[in-house]
Design a protein around this ligand. Structure first.
Ligand SMILES: Cc1cc2nc3c(=O)[nH]c(=O)nc-3n(C[C@H](O)[C@H](O)[C@H](O)COP(=O)(O)OP(=O)(O)OC[C@H]3O[C@@H](n4cnc5c(N)ncnc54)[C@H](O)[C@@H]3O)c2cc1C
Length: 458
């Protein structure tokens, strides 16, 4: 592992009363290509102790609902089975992470955490550290295993756009091809610690917990590493040749990895390694390879740069650039021909068939094609009483329905529609200098009716 992934927070003295090494799995919910898990195994071997992998399900997690929990639990069920085969104790608990973890720390010789970049994820880790920092016996390490290049290494400031981050990433990303294989755990003792649920019956668990059940689980996408891995193989074999045309919503040629990446069910580094392998074996063309890396490495890691360095990345007042605020102010009173609200969007009742089709894809399946996400958000700007209402409604719908919602990419994707990481365009009504998109563009560039027909069949 590249040493820059490791944040060594504290050394602990060996204490014979400690019973295990504790690995708190949160952001990166997988076994494959998991640097944090690998480090936890190494630490357990160092102390000759068993390893406990703890997952805490917080039923008050911001904006989560049945759809997102179902997808996550499907992934965790698989993680549990794999970890148990490796001799690792997997414990599933319900509650607030910072509270539940406290009860495990008194028996832990070391605490290993993966890294999460959203505000609440950072707050959890900080609280846990504050609680335990004076315990002389415990070692605490935090590991980045969600990105190819850890965010603070790629850049030390909020970047203007892909063009400023790209050269920085391209210079060093090969140094982060740093995973070979998972260590073998020596002490495989099974500890007598009870989980709150065995994850065998996910529907029963979903019924038991107090979550928003208004957004039902997707019948189209299923969580877990196995699904992610299979879909990525299909991407390489059947879709990647057409990836340079992936901006066309009528073509199904993207990888569908975003929801798996969001829950850490597959690692972006694994995707990168599989792309290199496919390139070397002639299974993927050079331009498809380059364009995929642009999305997976540059665009995705730019989003993490945004949420890490931009304070209040999810508030209207602080999510975009000053030129964008100026132009929005200048156009806040422009006349709008159509005004719609959340209910109109959710019931597919606007006058725009393309927008309604995109909403269907979102509400029914939990996913939307990238080009339609842009079009969709731009229309909400056009039909809202103010830019601020448009921002709030876009983010609300994004995080309510997308399986990949509540991600650094969610806040960045929505902010992009309000000028973040974009440039000023020719001034026009309503949008000012924000980039404008219209239905004529969709009709000119794509066979957009075939997208509409597909969505109407859902
Ligand atoms: C308004 C708006 C909202 C968005 N909301 C989200 C969201 O909630 N969650 C989310 O993960 N993405 C979001 N995106 C980014 C992008 O639309 C999705 O990541 C992409 O459509 C996922 O599909 P895929 O995995 O098949 O993409 P592929 O084309 O197969 O790309 C592979 C991976 O590259 C990354 N990627 C692709 N496109 C982008 C992009 N434009 N920006 C950053 N990373 C990208 C993703 O991790 C993706 O999984 C949003 C974009 C916009 C414009």
């Amino acid at each position: 592992m590249n040493k820059n992934r490791l944040l060594h927070l504290k050394d602990g003295k060996i204490n014979d009363d400690r019973k295990y090494v504790l690995y708190w799995m949160q952001q990166s919910q997988r076994v494959h290509y998991n640097h944090a898990l690998n480090h936890a195994i190494k630490m357990a071997n160092l102390y000759q102790l068993p390893l406990v992998c703890l997952f805490v399900l917080d039923d008050t997690y911001p904006e989560a609902n049945e759809r997102s929990y179902a997808f996550m639990l499907e992934g965790l069920k698989e993680v549990k089975l794999l970890l148990e085969k490796l001799g690792i104790n997997f414990i599933f608990k319900l509650g607030k992470p910072e509270e539940v973890i406290k009860t495990f720390l008194k028996d832990a010789q070391a605490l290993i955490m993966d890294r999460g970049y959203l505000r609440h994820q950072r707050a959890w880790r900080k609280k846990i550290y504050q609680f335990i920092k004076d315990d002389e016996s415990i070692t605490i390490d935090m590991i980045d295993t969600d990105l190819i290049v850890p965010v603070h290494i790629a850049s030390q400031k909020v970047e203007y756009g892909a063009y400023t981050l790209r050269p920085k990433l391209k210079k060093i990303f090969l140094e982060y091809r740093d995973f070979s294989k998972l260590e073998v755990l020596n002490n495989k003792s099974v500890l007598n610690i009870k989980s709150d649920h065995d994850l065998n019956d996910i529907n029963a668990l979903l019924n038991q917990i107090n979550i928003d059940k208004s957004v039902k689980k997707s019948l189209y996408y299923h969580g877990g590493y196995s699904f992610a891995s299979k879909l990525f193989s299909i991407f390489i074999s059947d879709k990647s040749d057409d990836y340079p045309e992936s901006s066309d919503p009528s073509k199904d040629v993207t990888s569908l990895m975003s929801m798996y990446l969001h829950f850490g069910q597959i690692s972006s580094l694994e995707l990168l390694e599989r792309l290199f392998l496919a390139l070397n074996q002639g299974q993927i063309k050079g331009d498809s390879f380059d364009q995929y890396i642009e999305q997976l490495l540059v665009r995705r890691e730019l989003a993490f740069n945004f949420v890490f360095y931009q304070e209040n990345y999810d508030r209207f007042e602080s999510m975009t650039e000053s030129w964008a605020y100026q132009t929005m102010k200048a156009h806040e009173l422009d006349h709008k021909e159509y005004l719609y609200d959340i209910h109109d969007y959710e019931s597919f009742k606007t006058h725009d068939i393309y927008f309604n089709a995109a909403m269907k894809q979102m509400v029914i399946t939990g996913y939307m094609h990238n080009y339609m996400r842009m079009y969709w958000a731009k229309k909400i700007i056009e039909w809202s009483p103010s830019f601020e209402v448009a921002y709030k409604n876009t983010l609300y719908l994004n995080n309510k329905y997308f399986i990949d919602g509540r991600d650094p990419n969610s806040y960045t994707g929505v902010a992009w529609c309000f000028g973040k990481h974009d440039r000023a365009w020719t001034e026009r009504t309503i949008f000012g200098k924000l980039r404008y998109m219209n239905d004529k563009g969709l009709e000119r560039k794509f066979n957009i009716m075939s997208y509409v027909e597909k969505m109407n069949e859902l």
